[in-house]
Design a protein around this ligand. Structure first.
Ligand code: AMP
Length: 368
């Protein structure tokens, strides 16, 4: 019998979950506040409603066999009450923890992961004391609802404190600044009963606080470091009984790695898995939701994923028109293109650094 996956959120992640579900023979129903959300074009049914509309969420759950989320800021209390009555197979543990930077970092430390030193900051006095204790530089972040560097202030000296204080209208966390070599992420799928699979670890390159490139495998990472990072990530999931999919972002400094943040949903740094691996993050999430056995992914070849922001769209369209076999252009069909908005991504499979430069950078430089 055909099963229906309910997806809270219908952005690009919802779009790719819905596409993977269709390939596995499942139906999808998505809920999103925006009437022209990308996933609405491919899902079977949709509901236009805000993420805190209890009646609409009830309707989504009632029309689904299993429910997931592509958006981690669904109010936790609403989801908790739905979990008691519907099959929200991932549960809400990882979702609730990921909604608060203080809670997720505390969980990480309790589970044996290293984090930069951090402190809960509710007022100016504590900020001043902790900034002095951590030594400059440090970084103040809102505990909730931050993304792509929003709601953050880097404090390099005592002179930066006054400006950073503007964030204190909401609860914040102060973190010691990590002098990392690069960023990397691990994406795992599974549960404590049936075990976990993980995707190959890539190096994430950010630009202006937004993920720009993901290079897989991470070029400078030793096998030993990769193995420890994956083991610790799985252990973190197991100890906290997290189920389904979890993406964890790390800072890598020499032979050490520091937990930065996590997301209980498919992750931007895992887009490359669609063409770069034998199975991808969306497909494995759907297999998990549909009670199918998981497949361990294998990397097919060195892969580079480039995010396409509004300002990159023209270059991406030129590359798409070339229809190269080893270059896969995904455009999400968002109605409005804005400079920092994620409009699509391109995956380059099996191209070495120079091949990627030829296809992307030359066009990008010419057109911008
Ligand atoms: P986040 O929203 O926590 O991922 O932070 C956005 C970006 O800011 C990260 O990708 C890092 O490049 C940088 N960043 C955040 N926290 C730290 C930290 N504790 N030390 C150094 N850089 C950081």
């Amino acid at each position: 019998m055909t099963r229906t996956i309910g997806i809270i959120g219908a952005g690009q992640l919802g779009l790719m979950i819905a596409q993977a579900a269709a390939e596995l023979g499942a139906r999808t129903i998505c809920l999103d506040p925006s009437a022209d959300a990308p996933a609405f074009k491919v899902c079977d049914e949709h509901i236009v409603a805000p993420f805190d509309d209890i009646a609409a969420l009830e309707e989504l759950c009632g029309r689904s066999d299993v429910v997931t989320y592509e958006f981690e800021n669904v109010p936790g209390d609403i989801l908790r009450s739905l979990t008691e009555r519907y099959n929200i197979k991932q549960g809400i543990g990882s979702l609730i923890d990921s909604q608060d930077r203080l809670r997720e970092k505390s969980r990480a430390v309790e589970s044996g992961l290293r984090c930069a030193r951090f402190a809960d900051i509710a007022d100016r006095e504590t900020l001043k004391t902790k900034a002095a204790e951590f030594g400059y530089s440090c970084i103040l972040k809102s505990r909730r609802l931050g993304y792509d560097g929003h709601g953050q202030a880097v404090i390099r000296s005592i002179d930066d404190l006054a400006d950073a204080e503007r964030l204190l209208s909401v609860p914040c966390i102060l973190e010691e600044f990590v002098r990392f070599d690069y960023e990397a992420s691990v994406i795992c799928v599974g549960d404590e009963k049936n075990g976990y699979i993980h995707f190959p670890v890539g190096r994430n390159v950010h630009s202006g606080g937004i993920l720009d490139l993901c290079i897989v495998p991470a070029p400078e990472m030793s096998d030993d470091l990769r193995r420890r990072m994956v083991e610790k990530s799985e252990e973190f999931m197991r100890r906290n009984r997290y189920r389904g999919i979890l993406a964890i972002e790390y800072f890598v400094a020499g032979d050490d790695f520091f937990f930065n943040e996590m997301a209980p949903r498919p992750h931007n740094s895992g887009h490359y898995t669609i063409e770069g691996c034998t199975t991808d993050q969306y497909r494995e999430l759907c297999r998990y939701l549909l009670d199918m056995p998981l497949e361990e992914p294998q990397l097919k070849a060195t892969t580079v994923m480039k995010n396409i922001l509004g300002q990159d769209l023209a270059a991406a369209e030129t590359i798409a028109a070339e229809s190269r076999d080893d270059v896969y252009v995904h455009l999400y069909g968002k109605s409005e293109s804005l400079p920092k908005r994620k409009m699509g991504h391109i995956t380059f499979v099996g191209l070495d650094g120079r091949g990627y430069d030829e296809v992307w950078r030359d066009k990008f430089v010419k057109q911008n």
